[in-house]
Design a protein around this ligand. Structure first.
Ligand code: GRG
Length: 296
């Protein structure tokens, strides 16, 4: 039976949001503003692509479970922290995200920095609360998240991005940056979801890694295409912000047609990588299609 992608994503969103509600309760008392800023940044309408990839990767091997929901919450909290910090005046200096004022505009800069910090540490705490997995899998989850969200992944990508602002980049340099900045956390989401099944072989992880690396880059190219073609209302952030900020993009380097064909090629690669999983990988296939066809 064909999968309804919107229902599939909605189901994943409900599972991860239930988990996030438990992890980040509304608080009173001296740190109430910190919790308010964390909740503001997590519960303001993200697409939840990384949690969705976590659940779908688990389902490609076995089934998703309570551990998958915890890991999905973990990657979403890392994502939320990265967006809060990315929007700060010291970084991209943005005032609009997901159609609402960015965290530092709604609260203040110090609160936004602390909300990002707290989300990051809570993400790692989640990995101590998994049950029934062998210790070496638990350690592997921590190592993957630490590597791919940190200085071997997303944070390095962000540093490269900041250093490259206003500079000419060639396509290899741009790809290197985005494999880190955007692709690494997407890869972590897929690998970590698969690991929560306790049943992932090295071959399967390697195939899933190929899938994630292809779709992670396709995600970024589609983001660049939308930055040109979509509207501020649809995107929930300022349209054209990359060119406004003098950033190299796939569309500025390759042109729109080549950027589109590159996205299609990467999509094809992601689907090829899923061959060993047969029908069980249908949710991952549907998410790949959604990622390259999305309009927001
Ligand atoms: C500050 C350490 C640090 C890292 C920031 C992820 C990132 C690195 C910056 C975000 C800037 C950006 C627009 C990147 C392009 C791709 C991307 C990650 C878009 C936002 O992700 P979506 O579309 O967002 O999944 P939603 O709002 O749906 O969750």
């Amino acid at each position: 039976m064909a999968i309804d992608i919107h229902r599939l994503i909605q189901g994943y969103i409900e599972q991860v949001d239930t988990q996030l509600e438990q992890i980040i309760p509304a608080a009173t008392g001296p740190a109430a503003q910190l919790y308010a800023a964390m909740r503001y940044s997590v519960f303001n309408g993200g697409k939840r692509m990384r949690p969705a990839l976590c659940f779908a990767a688990a389902e490609a091997l076995a089934s998703s479970d309570a551990n998958t929901a915890k890991v999905a919450a973990s990657v979403e909290m890392i994502h939320a922290y990265s967006l809060i910090h990315d929007d700060l005046p010291a970084m991209d200096d943005d005032d609009l995200r997901r159609g609402v004022p960015t965290c530092h505009i709604q609260f203040d800069e110090a609160t936004a920095i602390l909300a990002g910090d707290a989300l990051q540490s809570l993400a790692f705490k989640q990995l101590t609360e998994l049950s029934g997995l062998p210790a070496q899998i638990n350690l592997k989850l921590v190592a993957i998240l630490s590597d791919l969200a940190g200085c071997n992944g997303m944070v390095s990508g962000q540093m490269i991005d900041l250093a490259a602002t206003g500079e000419h980049l060639d396509i290899e340099q741009l790809t290197h940056m985005h494999r880190h900045k955007t692709g690494a956390l997407i890869e972590a989401s897929v690998l970590m979801g698969a690991l929560t099944t306790g049943a992932a072989s090295e071959e399967q992880l390697s195939a899933l890694s190929q899938y994630a690396r292809a779709i992670g880059l396709a995600f970024q190219i589609q983001d660049d295409i939308l930055d040109v073609e979509s509207s501020t209302q649809q995107l929930g952030k300022h349209q054209g912000s990359d060119s406004h900020n003098h950033k190299a993009t796939y569309t500025s380097i390759l042109g729109m047609d080549k950027a589109r064909s590159e996205t299609q090629q990467l999509y094809n690669q992601s689907i090829e990588a899923l061959a060993p999983f047969a029908d069980r990988a249908e949710p991952l296939r549907e998410l790949a299609k959604f990622i390259v066809q999305r309009s927001y």
